[in-house]
Design a protein around this ligand. Structure first.
Ligand SMILES: Cc1cc2nc3c(=O)[nH]c(=O)nc-3n(C[C@H](O)[C@H](O)[C@H](O)COP(=O)(O)OP(=O)(O)OC[C@H]3O[C@@H](n4cnc5c(N)ncnc54)[C@H](O)[C@@H]3O)c2cc1C
Length: 494
C-alpha cells in the first residue's frame, strides 16, 4: 500500500493551495477530488485579509506566484490567462421600492479596501484559479486525482483510505495510508458514513443565526451600474472608486443582490450575480426594483452556469474541526454567507495555520490543533453573528451602514494583527475579545428593541471607537469611506 504524509480530500482553491504549499516543502501529498478539477465554483470575491494572507503564505513558503496573485495589477501582469476582475472595495446601493422620494439605488455606501488601483483586490474566476493551484501542486510533486470517490476511511495513525477511481465499468479500488487527513471538501463535503460516525461528526447548523437562501449564476451582458446611475440622472459627487470595480451589493428590504464584474464584462464578458435573502421572508428577487431590472434586462446565462443555481439554505456547520490526525479547513467546517465575503480569507487562514502545524516537528501539534479548533469555531460563530445583524438591518441604508461597521472594524483589526506578524493561532475577527463580543450582544439587543437609526448611530459610535482607528461610522463621511485598508498600507510600505 502506498503511504503519504498528508491526504487532502477536496480540490477547490483551499485544498489545491495546501497541497502546493506542502508539496513545495517536500511533504508527500495525495489530493483526492470528487469532481473534475477547475469546474465552476462560487466564492469569488477576495478581500484585503485574503490578499494579505496570500502574500504571507507566498513569502513564507517561497511561492512568489502567490504574491503576484495578491493584487489585481500584479495578477494581470503575471497571469493574463487567469480570469479575474478588479475590486477596489465594497459598494452598496439601497433600492427602496416603498420610498418614492428616494430613486431606486440612489442611497449608497462605498467602503474602500485599497488606497489605489495598485493595491486592488480581485474577483477570482474560481475555475481558473482552482485549476492553476492544482497544476502548481502537481509541479511540486503532489499526486492530485480527480473523479475519485472515497469509499472508506479507517481512523488511526496512520489512517487508511480506500477510494474508487476510473469509469464505472472499469473502476479500480485502491488503498493508501496517510499520517494526516485534511478535510478540504467545502460546502458539498460528504465523508463516508462509517468514518463520519467514527469521528463523531455532527451537524451543528442550528448554532448559526443567519438563515438565508441564494440563487446565483454567471451572466453575459449585465449592464454597468456606474453608467446606469448617470443615465438615471443621479448626482454623483466625488467617489473613492468606480462603483463597478467592487463587490457590488444591491440592498432591498427583502434581500440583496451581488454583482462581481470580471474583466471584459462591459464587452459581453462575465458578471457573477446572486440574490440572497432571509429564508423567513417571502421569496423575492430583483424584478420589482426598476434599477435592478434595467441592469439585468438583456443579460444571458453564461456557459459556466447553463441555469440558475439555487441553494435553499446557505449556512451549514459540522464538527469536529479536529480529531487526532483528522483536521478540517474552516471552509469545510462551515459556510456562513456571501455577505461580507469571508470564505476565501477563512479558507486561506486555514491553509496558513494547517501548513504550520503539519510542517512542525511531530509531537508539537496537539496544543496547536486544539487552539486551531477553538479559533475556527469562535470565528465561524462571530462572523455569523455579524452577518445575521446585517440582515436584520436591511430596511435602511443608514442602519445597514452602522451595523456593517462592526464587521469592518473586526476585519481591519484582524488585518492589522496579521500585517504586524501576529500569531496565527489567535482567533481573528475579534472573536476572542470579550469586550467586542459583548458589544455584539448589546447591539443585538438594540436591534431587537428596534431603536431608530439615529439613536443606533449615537449609541454605537462611542462603543465602536476602542476597536477601530480607520474612521468608521462617521456621519461626515456621507457613506464614502475613502480609505479603510490600514493593514495593506503598512504591509506595502514595509
Ligand atoms: C452563495 C455563496 C457565495 C459566496 N461568495 C463568497 C465571496 O464572494 N467571497 C468569499 O470569500 N467567499 C464566498 N463564499 C464562500 C466560498 O464559496 C467558500 O468559502 C469557498 O468556496 C471554499 O473553498 P474550498 O476550496 O474550501 O471549498 P470548495 O470550493 O467547496 O471545494 C471543495 C471541493 O471538494 C469536493 N468534495 C466534496 N466532498 C468530497 C469528498 N468526499 N472527496 C473529495 N472531494 C470532495 C467538492 O466537490 C468541491 O469541489 C460564498 C459561498 C456561497 C455559498
Amino acid at each position: 500500500m502506498k503511504s503519504f504524509d498528508v491526504t487532502i480530500l477536496g480540490g477547490g482553491f483551499a485544498g489545491g493551495l495546501l497541497a502546493w504549499v506542502l508539496a513545495k516543502q517536500g511533504v508527500r501529498v495525495l489530493l483526492l477530488h470528487r469532481g473534475r478539477f477547475g469546474q465552476f465554483a462560487i466564492g469569488e470575491s477576495s478581500t484585503p485579509m485574503a490578499d494579505l494572507l496570500l502574500r504571507q503564505i507566498g513569502g513564507r513558503y517561497d511561492l512568489p506566484e502567490l504574491v503576484s496573485l495578491s493584487t489585481y495589477p500584479s495578477w494581470k501582469a503575471s497571469f493574463p490567462n487567469l480570469r479575474c476582475g478588479k475590486k477596489r472595495g465594497f459598494s452598496y446601493f439601497h433600492h427602496d421600492a416603498s420610498d418614492a422620494s428616494q430613486p431606486c439605488g440612489k442611497q449608497s455606501l462605498l467602503v474602500t479596501a485599497s488606497p489605489s488601483d495598485r493595491w486592488s483586490d480581485t474577483h477570482w474566476m474560481r475555475s481558473d484559479i482552482d485549476q492553476y493551484l492544482i497544476d502548481r501542486a502537481r509541479d511540486c510533486g503532489a499526486s492530485c486525482m480527480e473523479e475519485v470517490e472515497v469509499v472508506a476511511v479507517t481512523a488511526g495513525t496512520p489512517a487508511e483510505i480506500r477510494y474508487r477511481t476510473g469509469p464505472d465499468d472499469n473502476a479500480r479500488v485502491e488503498s493508501v495510508s496517510t499520517r494526516w487527513l485534511v478535510n478540504a471538501t467545502g460546502r458539498f463535503g460528504v465523508l463516508p458514513d462509517e468514518f463520519a460516525k467514527a469521528i463523531g461528526r455532527k451537524d451543528v447548523t442550528k448554532r448559526l443565526r443567519t438563515q438565508t437562501r441564494s440563487t446565483l449564476a454567471h451572466l453575459h451582458d449585465v449592464r454597468s451600474w456606474s453608467s446606469l446611475r448617470e443615465q438615471f440622472g443621479f448626482k454623483i459627487g466625488r467617489e473613492p472608486f468606480d462603483a463597478d470595480d467592487a463587490a457590488q451589493h444591491h440592498l432591498t428590504a427583502d434581500g440583496w443582490m451581488w454583482m462581481l464584474r470580471f474583466d471584459g464584462h462591459d464587452r459581453g464578458g462575465i458578471t457573477s450575480v446572486g440574490w440572497t435573502q432571509p429564508i423567513a421572508r417571502p421569496v423575492a428577487d430583483w424584478r420589482g426594483r426598476s434599477a435592478l431590472h434595467a441592469m439585468m434586462d438583456g443579460a444571458k446565462l453564461a456557459e459556466s452556469t447553463p441555469s440558475w443555481i439555487s441553494i435553499p439554505r446557505v449556512q451549514r456547520m459540522q464538527l469536529p474541526v479536529v480529531l487526532e490526525n483528522y483536521v478540517a479547513l474552516p471552509t469545510a467546517v462551515a459556510t456562513t454567507d456571501p455577505l461580507h465575503s469571508t470564505g476565501i480569507a477563512h479558507g486561506l487562514l486555514g491553509v496558513a495555520r494547517l501548513a504550520e502545524v503539519i510542517l512542525a516537528a511531530d509531537g508539537e501539534s496537539d496544543d496547536v490543533l486544539r487552539q486551531y479548533s477553538d479559533a475556527v469555531e469562535l470565528e465561524v460563530l462571530q462572523i455569523d453573528r455579524m452577518v445575521a445583524m446585517a440582515y436584520q438591518s436591511l430596511q435602511s441604508m443608514k442602519r445597514f451602514e452602522a451595523i456593517s461597521m462592526l464587521y469592518f472594524a473586526a476585519a481591519i483589526a484582524s488585518e492589522e494583527w496579521l500585517a504586524g506578524g501576529g500569531d496565527l493561532r489567535r482567533a481573528l475577527w475579534l472573536a476572542d475579545q470579550p469586550g467586542f463580543v459583548d458589544l455584539l450582544s448589546q447591539t443585538e439587543r438594540q436591534l431587537d428593541a428596534d431603536v431608530p437609526d439615529e439613536t443606533l448611530w449615537d449609541w454605537l459610535e462611542p462603543r465602536l471607537d476602542p476597536y477601530q482607528n480607520a474612521g468608521l461610522l462617521n456621519r461626515e463621511a456621507n457613506g464614502m469611506y475613502w480609505y479603510t485598508g490600514q493593514a495593506k498600507q503598512s504591509a506595502s510600505s514595509s
